[in-house]
Design a protein around this ligand. Structure first.
Ligand code: CUA
Length: 313
């Protein structure tokens, strides 16, 4: 089906970022095409017969037709063959996805309300972003600290529940360098929709560099945050209650009043937004003067700053 490879048809699917993607998509396309053909045959046939054999006069009588063995065999057997093809094909792809390669690069994944941590054997740790080499099998060994989450990367066509008290695994081999979105796809509470992460696929040499040069080795999140705070925030914010260009960040209280008189709760999401996009909610009495930090901090650094500010309360 030529049109299934057009840009238009492809735009319905996420990019194909792993070796599984094209296999999964081929099976999916087969199912779509088979379903569309079956739909036209069944609905089309129904409409055609309804028109052709409609009752025209009161005297019309339906012929006595008990059954047609050949026809009934065919309309059972052909769908059976199609379903068995889908089953067999699906089984082959699924089996490959569930057979973990022995030589895979392994990363531990810990899900918790509502973020993802990634732990590497070298001791590197990241939050909200995972780095992997392109063109090599990567195995994820996953568990949860609280409830059931689910690790879903549409571009790789992989998805697996992440369960407290046990390990579940996934593997993939990325085919493209780039950033790919991870979602939590098991409802896990208030922050479920914000439980996101990015897969950064790097060429092997850049990946080695990244793996070996951990600027935050041995530091806690709050220590990383203190570091960043000193470089980027301290010019305008005190770590006491005293105001500078912006508010002092100690003892912020439970909520804050905005310019329009409304109040918002000070929680991780408020802090995150106020760092990435400060103009969104300006505290009453302050100018809209802060640089947005969108795109300038890694998730680890951002979480670090948030943890550091939480520690000032
Ligand atoms: Cu974690 Cu939904």
């Amino acid at each position: 089906m030529f049109w299934m490879n057009t840009a238009f048809a492809q735009s319905f699917m996420p990019v194909e970022g792993s070796t599984f993607a094209s296999k999964m998509d081929a099976l999916y396309k087969f199912q779509v095409v088979a379903s569309v053909i079956a739909c036209f045959l069944v609905i089309g046939g129904m409409v055609y017969f309804a028109l052709k054999y409609r009752r025209r006069t009161d005297k019309d009588q339906t012929a006595y037709i008990p059954h047609n063995a050949a026809l009934e065999f065919l309309w059972s057997f052909i769908p059976f063959v199609i379903f068995m093809v889908i089953f067999g094909w699906g089984w082959v792809v699924y089996h490959e996805m569930r057979t973990m390669p022995q030589n895979a690069f392994e990363v531990h994944v810990v899900g918790q309300k509502w973020y993802w941590d990634f732990l590497y054997k070298s001791g590197r740790k990241t939050s909200g972003e995972i780095f992997v080499p392109v063109g090599e099998p990567v195995k994820l060994i996953m568990t949860s600290r609280d409830v059931i989450h689910s690790f879903f990367t549409p571009a790789f066509r992989i998805k697996q529940d992440v369960v407290p008290g046990m390990y579940t695994t996934l593997w993939f081999q990325a085919t493209k360098v780039g950033d790919f979105q991870v979602f939590c796809t098991e409802y896990c509470g208030d922050g479920h929709s914000a439980m996101l992460a990015k897969v950064h696929v790097l060429p092997r040499d850049k990946f080695n560099d990244w793996l070996e040069n951990d600027p935050y080795k041995g530091l806690s999140l709050a220590q990383i945050g203190e570091n960043i705070f000193g470089q980027k925030c301290a010019a305008c914010h005190n770590v006491t209650t005293e105001k500078k260009v912006g508010p002092g960040l100690a003892k912020l209280g439970a909520e804050v009043e905005l310019e329009d008189g409304s109040k918002v709760a000070i929680d991780e999401n408020y802090l995150r937004e106020s760092i990435l996009n400060p103009a969104a909610q300006i505290v009453k009495g302050y100018p809209n003067a802060m640089t947005p930090f969108q795109g300038q901090l890694s998730e680890q650094e951002l979480s670090g700053v948030i943890e550091y500010i939480k520690g000032l309360q």
